[in-house]
Design a protein around this ligand. Sequence first.
Ligand SMILES: Cc1cc2nc3c(=O)[nH]c(=O)nc-3n(C[C@H](O)[C@H](O)[C@H](O)COP(=O)(O)OP(=O)(O)OC[C@H]3O[C@@H](n4cnc5c(N)ncnc54)[C@H](O)[C@@H]3O)c2cc1C
Length: 487
Amino acid sequence: MDTPLPATAISKDIIARLSAIVGPAHALTDPELIAPYVREERDLYAGRTLLVLRPGSVEEVSAIMALAQETRTPIVPQGGNTGLVGGQSPRSEAEVVLSLSRLNRIRDVDPAGRTMVVEAGVVLSAAQRAADEAGFLFPLSLGAEGSCQIGGNLASNAGGTNVLAYGNTRELCLGIEAVLPGGGIYHGLRRLKKDNRGYDLKDLLIGSEGTLAVITAAVLRLFPRPAGREVAYVGLSSPQAALRLLKLAEGRAGTQLTAFELMPRIGMEFTIRHTTGARDPLSQPHEWYVLIEISSARSAEDARTTLEEILADAFEAGDVEDAAIAQSLSDAADFWRMREEMSWAQKPEGGSIKHDVSVPVALVPTFLDRAGAAVLAAMPGARIVSFGHMGDGNIHYNISQPVGADKAAFLARWGEMNAIVHGIVAELGGSFSAEHGIGQLKRDELARSKAGLEMSLMHGIKALFDPSGILNPGKLLQADVIRVDQG
Ligand SMILES: Cc1cc2nc3c(=O)[nH]c(=O)nc-3n(C[C@H](O)[C@H](O)[C@H](O)COP(=O)(O)OP(=O)(O)OC[C@H]3O[C@@H](n4cnc5c(N)ncnc54)[C@H](O)[C@@H]3O)c2cc1C
């Protein structure tokens, strides 16, 4: 079980045997063709590999995993390569990237049961489109939806902007098909809402970041398409006012409240500065903003009335300074664009130290106050761009370098800033990984933060699924401490 992984590059013989499974056209060895698979979004990890395999069927995935186990070849599953914690990046020339992108069929849509079976390589936006064409909504939505894939979404239990009403990816999945190290196929494409026959392996695989099995297909839940959806852009003075607005909106709209996103003024300024065509929906600047979305199963008028009532009450309570309700689909798209581009707009501003944290929703303002004070005390001039899914208590707490600072010197303080922010998160009972996962970036912090028993159980599960440690080694868990003791 503690078989050490090969320290040297994969041999020519193994490359040839693995390549023969998918055929030469789908086994990439040319560095130029490999380049997009080893580059990752944040340039935090320079991935290395000599081979990218692009299987076209579950059987090919199974054959690859069987040979990988036999030859002790580490395999790194990869979807759209949009992950933000380095989970999809190969760490050495001993590792092979297994790209699922050719498994991209919608196998079926079942309108009566409101499900669809999609393969792991289906791009999220294509899954959304397939649901829409069948008259339904697949509600998972995130900034990377044009390139991330369902397999990656499941493996990272992605969240996004609709969690408030529909839950994380885990809540959107009824069944999974996956290939285990060694090649065994787990046939779990069930469409059941209720199935209490023992341990739920599907839930174990969701969020396992490619360390337990390779997901090849899934049964996804579909929802009625809302008859009306209304969006408002709201200016307010503080996160406390935003929290009161959230409580008011939840009370008034219940499950009709489908998004509640918080943004700071500085994030708006970055977005306006760096996004072509972006404009402030409000006439005056405000310290904070909320994008609020109400969906109604009945009609657009119903959604509009609910939204207007919420805003009227919030104005009266003095919690809202200004608000604009989208008057058209294009307005609504512009409002959403301001929120979605905020992730990208930090890049041109220099280095950015990232945190993806969650705290109990009622403590978001406390967290922002405390973290803001502590970060600025440690680094005067730091520009804090804290935005995200306030309705879920999930804040992307990003720190852009002070104007004129040296980027490398600033980034060298990543660990120090993490310690400050994550320390406050821990004191508030929160999580230092709300939705992006652990990957390489937070692996050691995970080991430090969880109790010994919890880590032991996790290593035990890993050893059970992947006794040779060939599947995405060094991600989520340390590769060299596979153990099953219960101490
Ligand atoms: C602009 C932007 C915005 C984002 N917004 C959000 C957001 O709002 N919410 C959120 O949760 N995330 C967000 N993310 C990160 C998010 O985790 C990913 O975008 C997405 O879920 C990962 O899918 P992917 O196909 O790109 O997976 P990859 O990046 O390729 O892989 C991610 C992990 O899953 C594993 N994996 C991939 N496919 C499989 C498979 N078939 N079987 C087993 N393991 C697999 C990989 O090994 C890796 O550990 C954002 C990313 C970007 C770039």
